[in-house]
Design a protein around this ligand. Structure first.
Ligand code: SAH
Ligand code: SF4
Ligand code: F3S
Length: 483
């Protein structure tokens, strides 16, 4: 495996290799030299702070950044205040994500004034927007390094530059076909891991910025994915989450020999893996074959995140979602027919241009009929460059909020009702951590993604144990370990 390459034997005085991933290991070696000099001068190793601000895919990217930093010799800082290097991996799916970045940058500026040697980097989806980079160049001149989503694999090379220079380095690519394998990754949780099976998105839902900032859909080779899963299993991972913006179109771009259902079948065979999750499924591409594979599987979790976005066929058309209200409902029927105990969760947008209170009623109707176990409800956010941003009839904020509150109420009522049905059952939970509020409790996750808190010893963390669900507290359970 490349990521076992010994950095100390790389000759950093020679020219850098052109081939990846060797080139990046060369730059990791170069950065490591810098880290050693830092240690000599300061009597300690430098600290790095990586902040993930986006979805699971971004979280996985952040683990790659952390992995590279760790290989170079940085030690993780708990917060920005003690860090010598800070990197924010940004999201731009809604405007409030952007605002969060600008807010935190103000704070970083004051930290850097106190410690001028601190280096600050920004990467991720928000950097792929031309307006953002201009604004950073203009008003946030203390930032040292800016790069995007397509060249994340070049992080070591960019960092080597940033450590040597005092000017802002900006490297943003419009797109890429490259998938660079075998770079270091550091998992946040030892027994759970996300795995990218594809990058980018081709769906161009009319409200969504993701296809513009993540580029075209590219599936990884099944061999590389399966090899990664096997390596993770050997390293103690029991639960995996296969990641893509639309996992149901896995293997279509480029055309491969394995589709998503096939990939799941293969992943299931890997010893040591006990649970398989995936995210996200676009309803338009969810096949009967996938439902069958899920129903027959012992390892694929009884949970499906199936974004609805809207229950109004008219709005779905304008959103470019390629399904109707009826098609969505019939899909849910087929899924529940095959797996009656499956938990369904969803995403809903309220306030899409032209949406009327009657359209919101249609959304509420779907929520009532499906009874989602949970739903993430978002206020529509206008993203510059998307078709929806140019549509007439943008909905007024007060109307949006009114619709949002109506939807949220139904979501909460139906979810409570649905999740309450589990009371009294004994189910397997993967113990994830100590409860944040009450240290005598552990927090476990059921196959259907519901959380349960129960008394137990922290030595159980990482194990799958049966727990009886005693008391439903609205979105989670209190339980007892059952022996
Ligand atoms: N690929 C995934 C979603 C990624 S974005 C999918 O298709 O399901 C996660 C969620 O953010 C989306 O499901 C959508 O509900 C929401 N979202 C995306 N763009 C948005 C926007 N402009 N305003 C509000 N919510 C948005
Ligand atoms: Fe955005 Fe639609 Fe792609 Fe999901 S499928 S990332 S909502 S464009
Ligand atoms: Fe955000 Fe990028 Fe994910 S925009 S939702 S971090 S793909």
């Amino acid at each position: 495996m490349y990521n076992e390459i010994d950095l100390d034997i790389i000759d950093i005085n020679s020219e850098p290799p052109t081939e990846e991933p060797f080139r990046q290991y060369y730059f990791m070696a170069k950065c490591r030299r810098w880290v050693k000099d830092f240690e000599q001068k300061n009597g300690r190793l430098p600290k790095s702070f990586v902040l993930n601000m986006g979805c699971q895919m971004n979280a996985r990217d952040s683990e790659k950044l952390s992995g590279i930093l760790r290989r170079i010799g940085y030690i993780p800082a708990e917060e920005e205040e003690t860090a010598d290097f800070c990197i924010y991996n940004t999201c731009t799916v809604r405007d409030n994500a952007d605002q969060r970045v600008y807010g935190r940058l103000g704070h970083l500026n004051s930290l850097k004034k106190k410690k001028p040697s601190m280096k600050i980097a920004l990467c991720g989806c928000m950097m792929q927007e031309p307006g953002t980079v201009e604004r950073i160049r203009r008003s946030y001149r203390f930032v040292d390094l800016v790069f995007g989503t397509h060249n994340l694999y070049k992080f070591a090379e960019l960092l080597a530059d940033a450590l040597e220079q005092d000017r802002m380095i900006v490297d943003i690519w419009e797109g890429t076909d490259a998938i660079v394998e075998e770079l270091p990754v550091e998992r946040k949780i030892p027994f759970k891991s996300g795995i990218n099976i594809m990058f980018g998105c081709n769906n161009f839902c009319s409200y969504c910025i993701v296809p513009y900032v993540r580029g075209r859909e590219r599936s990884r080779n099944p061999e590389d994915i399966l090899q990664e899963i096997s390596a993770l299993a050997a390293d103690g991972v029991v639960e995996i989450m296969l990641l893509g913006q639309n996992v149901n179109s896995y293997g279509k771009n480029p055309k491969g020999r394995m589709n998503f259902a096939g990939l799941l079948r293969e992943a299931e065979k890997i010893e040591g893996i006990r649970r398989i999750r995936f995210m996200t499924s676009h309803p338009k591409d969810l096949s009967d074959e996938l439902i069958r594979v899920m129903a027959e599987s012992d390892k694929i979790c009884r949970h499906l995140h199936l974004p609805l976005q809207s229950g109004s066929t008219r709005i779905l058309g304008k959103m470019n979602r390629h399904y109707t209200k009826e098609q969505y409902l019939s899909l849910v029927e087929r899924i529940r027919g095959a797996m009656p105990d499956i938990a369904l969760t969803t995403d809903i947008i309220v306030g899409f241009p032209g949406e009327t209170p009657e359209d919101v009623d249609e959304t509420i109707d779907v929520i009532r009929r499906v009874e989602f176990d949970n739903a993430f409800t978002f206020l529509y956010s206008k993203r510059t460059g998307t078709p929806a941003a140019a549509m007439e009839n943008q909905v007024e904020e007060s109307v949006m909020k009114e619709g949002f509150d109506r939807v949220l109420k139904v979501v909460q009522d139906t979810a409570r009702k649905r999740v309450a049905l589990l009371a009294g059952r004994t189910m397997e939970a993967l113990v994830e951590e100590r409860n944040g509020q009450d240290a005598s409790l552990l927090t476990g996750r059921l196959s259907n993604n519901t959380l349960v808190h129960f008394p137990g010893d922290p030595s159980l963390i990482g194990q799958i144990v049966p727990v009886s669900l005693k008391e439903y507290k609205g979105f989670y359970y209190l339980g007892e370990r059952s022996l």
